[in-house]
Design a protein around this ligand. Structure first.
Ligand SMILES: N[C@@H](CCC(=O)N[C@@H](CS)C(=O)NCC(=O)O)C(=O)O
Length: 210
Protein backbone atom coordinates (compact mmCIF):
# COMPACT_ATOMS: atom_id res chain seq x y z
CA UNK A 1 0.00 0.00 0.00
CA UNK A 2 1.05 3.58 -0.61
CA UNK A 3 -0.03 6.71 1.27
CA UNK A 4 0.27 9.94 -0.73
CA UNK A 5 0.84 12.63 1.81
CA UNK A 6 2.52 15.95 2.70
CA UNK A 7 3.85 17.21 6.08
CA UNK A 8 1.66 19.61 8.14
CA UNK A 9 -1.35 19.26 5.81
CA UNK A 10 -4.01 18.30 8.36
CA UNK A 11 -5.87 15.44 6.67
CA UNK A 12 -2.68 13.54 5.75
CA UNK A 13 -1.34 14.29 9.25
CA UNK A 14 -4.45 12.76 10.82
CA UNK A 15 -3.78 9.48 8.96
CA UNK A 16 -0.05 9.59 9.77
CA UNK A 17 -0.78 10.14 13.47
CA UNK A 18 -3.21 7.21 13.34
CA UNK A 19 -0.48 5.01 11.83
CA UNK A 20 2.06 6.17 14.42
CA UNK A 21 -0.39 5.51 17.29
CA UNK A 22 -1.17 2.09 15.89
CA UNK A 23 2.56 1.30 15.65
CA UNK A 24 3.16 2.52 19.21
CA UNK A 25 0.39 0.16 20.32
CA UNK A 26 2.20 -2.76 18.64
CA UNK A 27 0.61 -2.89 15.17
CA UNK A 28 2.92 -1.69 12.43
CA UNK A 29 1.04 -1.34 9.14
CA UNK A 30 3.30 -1.65 6.09
CA UNK A 31 2.68 1.47 4.04
CA UNK A 32 5.07 3.37 1.81
CA UNK A 33 4.63 7.12 2.27
CA UNK A 34 4.89 9.06 -1.00
CA UNK A 35 5.19 12.86 -0.79
CA UNK A 36 3.08 15.02 -3.10
CA UNK A 37 4.24 18.63 -2.72
CA UNK A 38 1.15 20.77 -2.11
CA UNK A 39 3.16 24.00 -2.07
CA UNK A 40 4.60 23.25 -5.52
CA UNK A 41 1.11 22.28 -6.74
CA UNK A 42 1.98 18.65 -7.48
CA UNK A 43 -1.53 17.66 -6.30
CA UNK A 44 -3.01 19.44 -9.32
CA UNK A 45 -1.03 17.32 -11.82
CA UNK A 46 -2.78 14.86 -14.12
CA UNK A 47 -0.80 12.11 -12.40
CA UNK A 48 -2.30 12.93 -8.99
CA UNK A 49 -5.79 13.62 -10.37
CA UNK A 50 -5.75 10.07 -11.73
CA UNK A 51 -5.48 8.98 -8.09
CA UNK A 52 -7.93 11.56 -6.72
CA UNK A 53 -10.15 13.53 -9.12
CA UNK A 54 -10.49 16.27 -6.48
CA UNK A 55 -6.72 16.80 -6.46
CA UNK A 56 -6.46 16.48 -2.67
CA UNK A 57 -4.44 14.57 -0.07
CA UNK A 58 -4.28 12.07 1.50
CA UNK A 59 -4.77 9.20 -0.94
CA UNK A 60 -4.30 5.56 0.00
CA UNK A 61 -3.41 3.22 -2.84
CA UNK A 62 -4.48 -0.25 -1.78
CA UNK A 63 -2.63 -3.42 -2.71
CA UNK A 64 -5.16 -4.00 -5.51
CA UNK A 65 -4.31 -0.55 -6.94
CA UNK A 66 -7.58 1.19 -6.04
CA UNK A 67 -7.57 4.63 -4.42
CA UNK A 68 -9.24 5.84 -1.22
CA UNK A 69 -9.48 9.63 -1.01
CA UNK A 70 -11.17 10.41 2.34
CA UNK A 71 -8.98 10.43 5.45
CA UNK A 72 -11.55 8.77 7.73
CA UNK A 73 -12.38 6.12 5.13
CA UNK A 74 -8.65 5.37 4.83
CA UNK A 75 -8.49 4.91 8.60
CA UNK A 76 -11.64 2.76 8.62
CA UNK A 77 -10.14 0.55 5.91
CA UNK A 78 -6.85 0.16 7.80
CA UNK A 79 -8.79 -0.58 11.01
CA UNK A 80 -10.68 -3.34 9.22
CA UNK A 81 -7.40 -4.85 8.07
CA UNK A 82 -5.78 -4.41 11.49
CA UNK A 83 -8.56 -4.30 14.10
CA UNK A 84 -6.33 -4.79 17.16
CA UNK A 85 -5.89 -2.72 19.19
CA UNK A 86 -8.92 -0.68 18.14
CA UNK A 87 -8.35 3.02 17.62
CA UNK A 88 -12.08 3.63 18.14
CA UNK A 89 -13.19 1.54 21.10
CA UNK A 90 -13.87 -1.89 22.46
CA UNK A 91 -17.69 -2.04 22.45
CA UNK A 92 -20.49 -0.47 20.39
CA UNK A 93 -21.08 2.42 22.78
CA UNK A 94 -17.44 3.42 23.22
CA UNK A 95 -16.92 3.12 19.44
CA UNK A 96 -19.93 5.35 18.77
CA UNK A 97 -18.65 8.01 21.20
CA UNK A 98 -15.13 7.87 19.78
CA UNK A 99 -16.50 8.25 16.27
CA UNK A 100 -18.74 11.12 17.36
CA UNK A 101 -15.83 12.96 18.93
CA UNK A 102 -13.80 12.39 15.75
CA UNK A 103 -16.58 13.80 13.57
CA UNK A 104 -16.85 16.88 15.81
CA UNK A 105 -13.05 17.34 15.83
CA UNK A 106 -13.03 17.05 12.03
CA UNK A 107 -16.17 18.88 10.92
CA UNK A 108 -16.17 21.29 13.87
CA UNK A 109 -12.45 22.15 14.14
CA UNK A 110 -10.25 20.74 11.36
CA UNK A 111 -12.50 21.92 8.52
CA UNK A 112 -13.16 25.46 9.85
CA UNK A 113 -9.59 25.97 11.09
CA UNK A 114 -8.26 24.73 7.75
CA UNK A 115 -10.74 27.02 6.00
CA UNK A 116 -9.60 29.94 8.14
CA UNK A 117 -5.95 29.32 7.24
CA UNK A 118 -6.80 29.09 3.54
CA UNK A 119 -9.03 32.20 3.69
CA UNK A 120 -6.29 34.28 5.32
CA UNK A 121 -2.84 33.01 4.23
CA UNK A 122 -3.24 29.87 2.15
CA UNK A 123 -0.03 27.85 1.69
CA UNK A 124 -1.43 26.43 -1.56
CA UNK A 125 -2.44 29.75 -3.10
CA UNK A 126 -6.19 29.97 -2.41
CA UNK A 127 -7.20 33.65 -2.57
CA UNK A 128 -7.70 35.51 0.73
CA UNK A 129 -11.40 35.87 1.56
CA UNK A 130 -12.16 37.94 4.71
CA UNK A 131 -15.93 37.12 4.92
CA UNK A 132 -15.15 33.39 4.69
CA UNK A 133 -12.42 33.81 7.33
CA UNK A 134 -14.94 35.57 9.63
CA UNK A 135 -17.47 32.79 9.08
CA UNK A 136 -14.98 30.09 10.09
CA UNK A 137 -13.71 32.14 13.05
CA UNK A 138 -17.27 32.41 14.36
CA UNK A 139 -17.91 28.71 13.75
CA UNK A 140 -15.14 27.37 15.99
CA UNK A 141 -16.11 28.35 19.58
CA UNK A 142 -19.24 26.20 20.04
CA UNK A 143 -17.36 23.08 18.92
CA UNK A 144 -14.35 23.92 21.07
CA UNK A 145 -16.69 24.58 24.03
CA UNK A 146 -18.13 21.11 23.54
CA UNK A 147 -14.73 19.40 23.22
CA UNK A 148 -13.43 21.27 26.29
CA UNK A 149 -16.49 20.19 28.31
CA UNK A 150 -15.68 16.53 27.65
CA UNK A 151 -12.88 16.86 30.20
CA UNK A 152 -15.41 17.61 32.99
CA UNK A 153 -15.22 13.93 33.95
CA UNK A 154 -11.42 13.97 34.32
CA UNK A 155 -10.68 11.97 31.19
CA UNK A 156 -7.18 12.00 29.69
CA UNK A 157 -8.02 11.94 25.99
CA UNK A 158 -10.94 13.17 23.92
CA UNK A 159 -12.97 9.97 24.05
CA UNK A 160 -11.85 8.69 27.45
CA UNK A 161 -8.70 7.26 28.97
CA UNK A 162 -7.21 5.86 25.77
CA UNK A 163 -6.18 7.56 22.55
CA UNK A 164 -8.68 7.29 19.70
CA UNK A 165 -8.79 8.68 16.17
CA UNK A 166 -10.37 11.95 17.36
CA UNK A 167 -7.14 12.80 19.19
CA UNK A 168 -5.24 12.38 15.91
CA UNK A 169 -7.75 14.57 14.08
CA UNK A 170 -7.68 17.41 16.60
CA UNK A 171 -3.88 17.36 16.93
CA UNK A 172 -3.55 17.50 13.13
CA UNK A 173 -5.96 20.44 12.96
CA UNK A 174 -4.17 22.43 15.69
CA UNK A 175 -0.77 21.91 14.06
CA UNK A 176 -2.13 23.43 10.83
CA UNK A 177 -3.35 26.43 12.84
CA UNK A 178 0.12 26.82 14.43
CA UNK A 179 1.62 26.81 10.93
CA UNK A 180 -0.06 30.20 10.42
CA UNK A 181 0.13 31.23 14.09
CA UNK A 182 -3.60 30.72 14.64
CA UNK A 183 -4.21 29.34 18.13
CA UNK A 184 -7.90 28.74 18.85
CA UNK A 185 -7.30 27.31 22.36
CA UNK A 186 -6.93 30.60 24.24
CA UNK A 187 -10.15 30.22 26.26
CA UNK A 188 -9.98 26.46 26.68
CA UNK A 189 -7.55 25.48 29.48
CA UNK A 190 -8.50 21.81 29.50
CA UNK A 191 -8.13 21.47 25.74
CA UNK A 192 -4.81 23.27 26.00
CA UNK A 193 -3.70 20.81 28.69
CA UNK A 194 -4.84 17.92 26.46
CA UNK A 195 -2.87 19.42 23.57
CA UNK A 196 0.31 19.60 25.66
CA UNK A 197 -0.28 16.04 26.93
CA UNK A 198 -0.92 14.66 23.47
CA UNK A 199 2.13 16.34 21.96
CA UNK A 200 4.33 14.69 24.59
CA UNK A 201 3.44 11.27 23.21
CA UNK A 202 6.04 9.50 21.06
CA UNK A 203 3.69 9.12 18.04
CA UNK A 204 3.00 12.85 18.11
CA UNK A 205 6.73 13.64 18.40
CA UNK A 206 7.39 11.44 15.38
CA UNK A 207 4.74 13.02 13.16
CA UNK A 208 4.15 16.62 14.26
CA UNK A 209 6.79 19.12 13.19
CA UNK A 210 5.20 22.27 14.66
N1 LIG B 1 -12.35 15.32 3.12
C1 LIG B 1 -10.99 15.11 2.72
C2 LIG B 1 -10.33 16.49 2.62
C3 LIG B 1 -8.98 16.42 1.93
C4 LIG B 1 -8.32 17.79 1.86
O1 LIG B 1 -8.96 18.85 1.89
N2 LIG B 1 -6.95 17.78 1.76
C5 LIG B 1 -6.16 18.99 1.73
C6 LIG B 1 -4.92 18.80 2.59
S1 LIG B 1 -5.34 18.69 4.30
C7 LIG B 1 -5.66 19.28 0.33
O2 LIG B 1 -5.25 18.36 -0.35
N3 LIG B 1 -5.66 20.56 -0.08
C8 LIG B 1 -5.14 20.98 -1.34
C9 LIG B 1 -5.89 22.16 -1.92
O3 LIG B 1 -6.84 22.65 -1.28
O4 LIG B 1 -5.52 22.59 -2.99
C10 LIG B 1 -10.30 14.18 3.71
O5 LIG B 1 -10.82 14.01 4.84
O6 LIG B 1 -9.28 13.56 3.39
Amino acid sequence: MKLYTFPVAPNPTKVRLYLAEKAAAGTTIAIEEVPVDLVKGEHRSAEHRARNPFGLLPVLETDSGSHLVESLVIIDYLEELHPEPSMFGTDPESRAHARQVERIADLGVLVPLGGLVHATESPVGHPANPPVADYFRAYLPRRLDYLDSLFDDGRTFLAGDRVTVGDCTLAAALQFGRFRKIDPLGDYPRLRAWDARYREREPAKRVLVL
